[in-house]
Write a protein that binds this ligand. Sequence first.
Ligand code: PEP
Length: 251
Amino acid sequence: MISEHPIIVANWKMNTTLADAIIIASSVRKALEEMHHVEVILCPEFVWLYPVKEKLSKFPLSNLKIGAQNISQFDNGSYTGEISAQMIKNLVQFVILGHSERISNFDEDENTTNKKIKLALDHDIYPIVCVGERTKSETSVTFVVNKLKRILKTISHEEYQNILIAYEPIWAIGTDKEAESDYVDEVAKKIKEELSDDLKVLYGGSVDSENASNYLIHRHIDGLLVGRASLKAREFVEICSLANGGCDDIG
Ligand code: PEP
């Protein structure tokens, strides 16, 4: 089951060495011993999934989970270099899908993301589905909601409780130009109204410990997807701690 607590996802992308991955994961695990009102999902590179899982499973915590950053759109077969959902289903509980870097660097489109969501669900992996607009001028709640509807087009409504949405305006990723939190809350609210209240909606785009609370205080924002700031253990732990702190709801 997806947690009712704020959810903080760390997307390490292709940035950590094995030593980095183990150090960050261990620091987060240690800090989480004192945090019981936040759910954290660490998404290491594929090759570090097993060692990170091994490390964390020595002293498991129920609110610390592991996710992958991608899966193949195919279930098995002659697809050199691909990694399927069934290969990693015993290593992860979550998978990030449709990230803008998959779209811009690897030509993935809404259909590809849709196929991957179905495969993840078939293998009992919770998809973290990214959606967002490319430029600030394209920014509109309707644009984002319609895009998400297309991505989820063949997914049954019963499955929505097993899916996390990460609203990530592409212009805010890796830029230090985070989106206005009121606007993000409006997008999250609309997604829930138009698709389902069962969907949890996270925000991602230049989140750090300075701005995290701006989002977490909003009623419709259920957590954060963190890129760069998740590579610094202390910074990431601070974000988790802010989420754990249960900011008053002004949404
Ligand atoms: C991301 O990669 O999805 C992301 C939000 O990155 P950053 O936090 O670095 O903007």
